[in-house]
Design a protein around this ligand. Sequence first.
Ligand code: PGA
Length: 238
Amino acid sequence: MKIEIVHDQQQGAQLVVEEFQTLLARRSGAATFGLATGDTPLAVYQQLAVSPLDFSTSTSFNLDEYVGITPTNLQSYHYYMNKNLFKYKQFANSYLLDGQNPDQQTVCENYEKLIAQHPIDVQLLGIGRNGHIGFNEPGTSFESRTHRVKLSETTIQSNSRFFDDQNQVPRYAYSMGIGTIMAARKIILMAYGANKAAAVAKMVNGPVSVAVPASVLQRHPQVEVILDEPASTGLSVK
Ligand code: PGA
């Protein structure tokens, strides 16, 4: 794991944008990006939106989506991506999991087939306070592929900040599995703020265990971890 401590999210985002630029050049514009939602990657999308980068021959996949809400719902990850990135940058193909389709087998198998056709060059990740990546909660198999997930109480509580009340937070989501994420050629995980420090420390210095899904990244050959100072305080080696 390569660990970079940055001053703030803007500086972290700058590193990511530079990597995207290099990748686009290397692939002559036809790269495949794995994207994430949440607070963590927001600055990346803000900087991409005003950058000259051209994604018109690239492909994107999103990590996850809630089940049972429409793409126009303000809390859906479709809505987030349209609002923060796709409104500004169009990709040749942008794939998101269809949270409106209750047929989990079809949704998940189709997604895996599409990813197999367009292997992900770089996957962006945040990390949950419980160490989750995507919606892969503690206990999820490292072999898992795209699947339907029952959200943990911690995640429901944490995500309730975006909803009017906790009862509106969906209880299920579709998510790339840990095996799907690990198949990406490169992974960039960002974490900002002291409330991520414990999860970051377990991810980097702890044993590789399904109890901390992000710890599996220790086994990936190309991982970059971008942290601000508060998120890095639990690390034993800096
Ligand atoms: P956040 O979420 O970026 O909103 O902190 C990250 C996550 O829970 O994976």
